[in-house]
Write a protein that binds this ligand. Structure first.
Ligand code: ADP
Ligand code: MG
Length: 713
């Protein structure tokens, strides 16, 4: 349909292969062209279109500058007009003397001469129908496409006109009832109106329909996946009367919060089903997700099965082991003399443990002696076998991809139940888009007796003395028997390739505080006399573990650390955190970090130290963190500053390329509607057999998602 060369450029620049691909290259915006006029009648400021012939063309170069000014004189018999282009030398070839074209723009005056600067134009090929060209050009709403110098927007328009014209009786996959309910144009109408709109209202209606399509197809795929999971058979896991869960509850040193109780009930009723649970537990930092997860695991142990907990870091895996051992007490000592009848064992599998420990853990998992297996990515390894894996809990879901949780599922005899937890709460429609195949439970409330965390921004630029005051505050807290965190963005002064930071703003990385410099400096000066230790991702797992244990045991006063402590670390006696170069971290990340203090009954204090000037974007972010303790609100602020791809994260990598128009934060209402419609469709036709058009679209979407995933390796 288009020439070979154009086809190649379309493919190279935009990966456009088919007519369908081309039609999905949507305009970025529209321009309105003026009506056809005679040059003699033009007045300054008019939006016009003229039909004229090139009578002269010259390029002037300006010394010391690249490019030049191309001036083209055109005439239509009534008068002459000058067209000016800056630094676009390639246009000279198109605008050859004698060539005829349509030129549109706003009339300007320079040196008393009327002219068009950078007019939008279309050359008329010899022998083609001029009237037709005029009709198609003048007065039109003109799509402006993402273009390249080899393939300008108007050339894309020409290809698009052919593509649109070739559409004939395009089948609409959107069911009539959905389309009519929203008053949407048909697919064919929408594509035509988007690429050559009669007016902006039509373009907008088309855009809305196509945006809805993206949300709707994605939701449909997710709802379908959810429905398919319901058809799988897994083992129903119910807590036993008088079993380990009851004994655990009886010994629990605190009362569950209302939120924990209701989430627990949701989970227990899911586990009792004979199809796999597929649930996301999202919660505010410190809301007590761990104990909820442990109770679910114990219900599975009660039923004779095993539960695995996948943690993103060794620090966290080790901490979960300690927490579980502490909370379970003798209930975790199966096989020992002191153990009660229903006791089980908890074991840990990590990449860095020594051969003997690994061997013992593998055997406990394989024989079923361990009812609870905690691990890092090492749990996914080929050699790891389970006797009867009934439940997988993924802590801090955002650190894992779907593929990883699927790898663990493979290790179960029957499809296991799945509980994923995330400490970064996300807005509802983002959750719906990213985790739309999961049921969602939310924990907003913190356990009673917590004092809120106070947060202050310390500007080193404005008040250098306040930094001394920060160290002073640490000394005061330690004097009262509490502990402190000091967080720095980097591990070492030189090179950041091994840094733990995953979110760096700006490019300047000099002068950023590093743990390796800071820890000795503080120990020798501002915090002299206190027990200071450092912690970062380049240390061996043994060192990290020993440091965390010592900190948890109160043997270290101040932990100077990178973001390895960002998520999950739970030491209730720590009351103050000083974050240096806080502007280097994202909003949600700061909220997570800050969640490490204020976990006990003593009030928490978080000091965000920065060099960024007042009113800078970085400072505004920090003020937002200081001004709110609501993780949901902060995550919205965080997401609004990210690019769409980062909002959706790795979990949707495959379907991301289908989302051209949809913006999850902006289009919330549309997503809600799409979700409701998708649920209606699946309820009416669970396998989509009544909607063959939709079934085809979904199959394609699923296939592309799989290929995208493979492409990314
Ligand atoms: P997160 O949801 O951030 O993972 P954790 O599960 O680490 O939070 O819980 C934070 C702390 O709160 C832990 O020390 C935990 O023992 C404690 N905790 C959990 N639930 C309660 C409760 N209902 N009452 C008092 N303390 C609780
Ligand atoms: Mg946690």
């Amino acid at each position: 349909m288009v020439g070979d060369r154009t086809a190649k450029v379309l493919y190279d620049a935009f990966a456009i292969k088919t007519v369908g691909d081309l039609l999905r290259h949507y305009p970025r915006r529209y321009m309105v062209r003026g009506e056809l006029s005679d040059i003699a009648e033009l007045k300054e400021g008019d939006e016009v279109t003229i039909l004229a012939e090139v009578s002269a063309s010259t390029t002037r170069h300006i010394r010391g500058r690249k490019g030049g000014i191309l001036e083209v004189i055109v005439t239509d018999g009534s008068d002459k007009l000058s067209l000016t282009f800056f630094n676009q030398p390639w246009r000279e070839k198109e605008l050859k003397v004698g060539a005829q074209g349509l030129f549109a723009g706003k009339v300007g005056v320079f040196n008393k001469k009327k002219q068009l600067t950078h007019p939008d134009y279309q050359m008329i090929v010899d022998g083609s129908d001029v009237d037709n060209a005029v009709d198609n050009f003048a007065g039109k709403y003109l799509p402006v496409y993402a273009a390249t110098s080899k393939l300008p927007s108007w050339k894309i328009s020409q290809c698009m006109d052919m593509a649109v014209a070739s559409l004939d009786d395009l089948e609409d996959y959107l069911p009539d009832e959905v389309r009519n309910a929203h008053n949407f144009p048909t697919l064919q109408q929408a594509l035509v109106q988007l690429h050559s709109p009669a007016d902006l209202d039509h373009a907008e209606a088309a855009r809305e329909r196509l945006t809805f399509d993206e949300a709707f197809l994605l939701q449909l795929m997710l709802v379908l996946r959810k429905a398919q999971l319901r058809k799988l058979h897994s083992v129903s896991r119910k807590a036993k009367k008088g079993g380990i869960l009851e004994a655990f509850d009886a010994a629990l040193p605190f009362e569950l919060t209302g939120g924990q109780l209701s989430v627990t009930q949701e989970i227990e009723s899911d586990l009792a089903q004979s199809h796999p649970m597929h649930r996301l537990l999202q919660g505010e930092v410190g809301s007590g997700k761990t104990v909820v997860a442990l109770r679910a695991m114990l219900a599975v142990v009660d039923s004779g099965g095993q539960a695995a907990l996948l943690a993103p870091t060794e620090v966290l895996a080790a901490q979960h082991l300690r927490t579980f051992e502490k909370l379970l007490g003798p209930l975790g000592h199966a096989g020992m003399l002191d153990s009660p009848r229903d006791a089980t064992q908890v074991t840990l599998i990590t990449g860095s443990q020594n051969t003997a420990a690994r061997k013992a853990a593998l055997s406990l998992a394989a024989t079923g002696e361990a009812g609870i297996i905690i691990g890092t990515h090492a749990l996914l390894g080929e050699k790891i076998e389970f006797a009867d894996l009934g439940l997988i809990v993924v802590d801090e879901q955002h650190r894992f991809g779907v593929e990883q949780r699927d790898a663990l599922k493979e290790k179960a005899l029957k499809p296991p139940h799945l509980l994923v937890m995330t400490a970064t709460p996300i807005p509802r429609t983002v959750a719906m888009t990213v985790f739309g195949d999961l049921d969602v439970s939310t924990l907003r409330e913190l356990p009673l007796g917590r004092s809120p965390i106070t947060t202050h921004v310390i500007s080193v630029l404005e008040k250098p003395a306040f930094l001394d005051r920060a160290w002073e505050r640490i000394r005061e807290e330690v004097a009262q028997g509490h502990q402190a965190y000091v967080v720095a963005p980097r591990i070492s002064a030189s090179g950041d390739e091994n840094s733990d930071i995953d979110f760096l703003f700006g490019q300047e990385t000099n002068d950023i505080t590093s743990v390796e410099e800071l820890a000795p400096r503080l120990a020798g000066d501002a915090l002299a006399g206190l027990r200071v230790a450092d912690l970062h991702g380049r240390q061996s797992a043994d060192v990290k573990d020993a440091t965390m244990r010592a900190f948890a045991a109160g043997e270290i006063d101040v932990l100077v650390s990178t973001t390895v402590i960002e998520v999950g670390v739970d030491v209730a006696n720590a009351t103050v955190m000083v974050i240096l170069d806080a502007d280097r971290f994202g909003v949600s990340q700061l909220h997570q970090l800050r969640g490490r203090v204020g976990r006990g009954s003593a009030p928490g204090l978080c000091l965000l130290v920065t060099n960024s000037p007042a009113d800078s974007p970085a400072r505004i972010r920090l003020d937002a963190v200081a001004g709110s303790l609501d993780g949901f609100e902060l995550s919205r602020i965080d997401l609004e500053q990210r690019r769409e791809g980062d909002v959706l994260g790795a979990s949707q990598s495959g379907t991301r390329s289908h989302l051209r128009l949809l913006r999850v934060l902006r289009d919330e209402e549309l997503i809600e509607r799409a979700r409701a419609d998708a649920e209606g469709i699946i309820a009416a036709s669970p396998d989509l057999s009544s909607y063959p058009g939709l079934a085809r679209e979904i199959a394609q979407l699923a296939k592309d998602a799989a290929t995208d995933y493979l492409d990314k390796g």
